[in-house]
Design a protein around this ligand. Sequence first.
Ligand code: FAD
Length: 403
Amino acid sequence: MMVYKKSVESAIIIGGGSTGCSIAYHLVQRGLKVLLIERGNIASGNTGKSSALVRTHYSNKLIASMALYSINQFINFDSIGYSGFTRTGMVFPFTGDNAETARANCDMLRSIGVAEEEIPVSKVKEFFPDLNSEGFDYILYEPNSGYADPVATASSYANAAKLLGAEVITGKTVVKVESDHHTASVYLENGKKYTADKVILASNIWTNGILQSSGVENSMMLPLHASVHDIIYIRRPDNCRGLKPTLWDPQQSAYYKMEGETLTAIGSLDPEIDREPFDIGQSIENHVTESYIEKYLNNITERLPCAGDASVVSTISGIYDMSPDGQAIIDSMEGAGMENVYVCAGLSGHGFKLSPAYGMMVADMVTGKEPGDSLFDWSKFSINRFSKGDSIKSMYSGIGTIY
Ligand SMILES: Cc1cc2nc3c(=O)[nH]c(=O)nc-3n(C[C@H](O)[C@H](O)[C@H](O)COP(=O)(O)OP(=O)(O)OC[C@H]3O[C@@H](n4cnc5c(N)ncnc54)[C@H](O)[C@@H]3O)c2cc1C
């Protein structure tokens, strides 16, 4: 008997962040009828809070390859819209005990085509003349990295998808997902139902809530927890002005994103903050405490003394959807009784820069391409990798959250 495999013709995506919008774009490009549903505005979730740093410096070859693919998309984004990619370069300093690991990683990155260089302290001082270089024993520099505009990127993907025929509904919340052997459906608060061949949850830390209200058993939930991350924006005084590289500072558990000529965004690389679970039922308004601000301002002033004259202009708090190995879960929910439902969640606080790759990989998965035939093997991101002991490994465990 011939087995007839129905081709996939339609998909519904829940969540209009960088992930969902990229997926929508990649699916509509393959000729599917696409509907994207977002309860707020496009990028109103964690994407809108993102520092949107775009780097290729990872210590896992697969993730680094995805980052390299993605940065090239951000740079050549004109056919999609505006990514706001700004090339600044990034500096990654290491203490002597981590130098060997970093050197091996540099070799790996170069082998896949990443422009990665060893640089002396004097070169970093060209960017930051007042730098306190204590602990900068071995330094890597990535000249092609930078940052993008997360809201512009997500909305460009959504608009490009719309131009190709996708429907985008904002301001509507999905309350339930259902699946049978052939299709999957989503229900809105007002009871309205939409059906397609496939449904994809790109709903970040809210994914388990949707699965729960859809009747999925607790034991089948994604292994995710929320952690809150605060960004402090300071305005640099005139003597620190200029477009400069992002400075990673694992010793101070911080990164310093030099945004434009005069702003610096101070973000945390503290693994303790990643581990601290947060109840997403609570508000993150006013999450940033005075003591947090004081600690991180002291840190940056120790590293870059001219920051001591800077003024705090604002703070932002957003949520990371943390998975056990700090990498996304990209999989079918068939094992949880949701045959035509898929997830891409658990991006663990570094998912913006990988959103072009995620969109392509999810489109491959949903349209039935074999994982080995995909540019990046999405089966490595399966839910059961944790129980099978196949977690995605970082060479940098213990150096701060740069994976
Ligand atoms: C402070 C901060 C700094 C960061 N810095 C970086 C960085 O420098 N570089 C980097 O690569 N990454 C960074 N990240 C991580 C990155 O921003 C995220 O991984 C990525 O943007 C997440 O995109 P997303 O689309 O998966 O999630 P979101 O943007 O959260 O999108 C999910 C969407 O789903 C919607 N939704 C949820 N439930 C429902 C429902 N029931 N019905 C309809 N819609 C629903 C939400 O409203 C939301 O808009 C940072 C994150 C934060 C918070």
